[in-house]
Design a protein around this ligand. Sequence first.
Ligand code: NAD
Length: 498
Amino acid sequence: MAITAPVAVGSRPFDPQNELSDNVRTRFFIDGQWLPPAGNDRFTLISPVTEDETMSVPAGAPQDMEAAVAAARRAFDTGPWPRLTPLERAEHLRRIADEIDRRLELFQRAWIGQVGAPQWFVGAISGAAAHHFRYYADLAATYPFEEERTPTMGRLKVLREPVGVAALIIPWNAPLVLLTQKVAAALAAGCTVVAKPSPETPLDALILAECVEAAGLPPGVVNVVPAGREVGNMLISDARIDKVSFTGSTDAGRHIATVCADRLARVGLELGGKSASILCDDADIGSWLQSLAPFTMPFSGQICFSQTRVLVPRSRHDEFLDAYVAAVESLKLGDPWDAETQVGPVSMARQRDRVLDYIEIGRGEGARVVTGGGRASGFNRGYFIAPTIFDRVDNSMRIAREEIFGPVVSVISYGSDEEAIAIANDSDFGLSGSVYSADVARAEAVARRVRTGHISINGFNLDAVAPFGGFKKSGIGRESGPEGLAGFLETKSMFLPA
Ligand code: NAD
């Protein structure tokens, strides 16, 4: 993934009243129609920059979710979508991608406006949304949805069919990209879906519904109801939902897995991380700083793959720490609407409180704050936290074991490659990681032994063809690539007479 130039979203703050359609501001997308909410509850969106309310939108009530699940079930059981050929579905996916491109600036502005993501990060990531649809449209042409095998007797066709109705639940940090990754794969498989965005970021999924509508998908194939946990619980418990695909915290994932296990529903979980970046003793610190340091705390560390444990050889510790601290202290903190800003605020008051608590926990555990360590100076409002580096961190400390989800990085010293691998693997999580060495073969040997679902050597990369997901408590299953499509399929063996 390249760090691209800032996006052309302008510097004027998001103006939901004038930038969003009436439908997105006031309705839900259910059964191909924009329906008014059944209840009166609302979600209030707060600007992380000003702490002012920016807008409020309707919150999904049980009746709204009931209507969405019924529509998705009907569309799956009796509608045309699952019965279209993969290539016919691919045409729809391409049309959705075109509609996303048309609205890309709006999506980007909504992302920045809702949670304060900085423009460089939005620019680097948001192009993936349309790409997910084009990737799965292309894959549909070659994927073995059906193959013949030679059994001992008769003939055998192995069919890969859509799993059914999928509930897609996403968090607030990167809502467009995380949702499109799921929706594109589910639709390519022939599933119908109910998408539940989080209360903090309801807009992206609703704008995506406008794309789906403009692309002419049959009613009920995609339904969108922003809702909180209670109504979300209804969704995961509903027997009409065949598969729950969840991205979010490990705690919520554990609960969702338990509910799904009870009714033997399929479940995919993309959860938290505590990823390690290992610098071998021959690593070029300059290239690490340039290519990876931004991913130690991208979007103020509120990204699952943040490389939050930096493992440095004891022999080069001081040299590394001086360079890393200087690089972090040179980052420009500020308003995400300013294109020069590299680090914006954290997204909400509860994030600010959580991160500040962890900084105190780190201090209490005996780790040393070498830069940052509290609220950022120079801001009299907004949830700004100074990018924080802890040195002298022992891997047994809570700041090294728990996901902080903020701009806080732990530097951990080690003696040998063997010890670095052991520290990287001494974690409940197993999501991402990186290894830096002048010798790529050495880095690869280390990377092969790190137990994570994603790892990069001498850089950082993500791609639609690359399966993404976690070992251990970072999740179950994979998204992206053919593996992401497989997550929305069931396999059927059909025997025929010879
Ligand atoms: P969260 O778990 O609090 O919420 C995520 C979503 O799940 C929200 O839409 C929420 O409303 C919903 N939810 C929570 N409990 C539910 C329930 N019982 N039933 C139905 N829905 C429920 O997480 P968050 O704070 O929004 O997001 C941050 C977390 O997401 C971090 O832990 C981060 O690592 C993780 N994340 C993981 C990935 C990945 O790909 N592995 C990507 C992004 C974020």
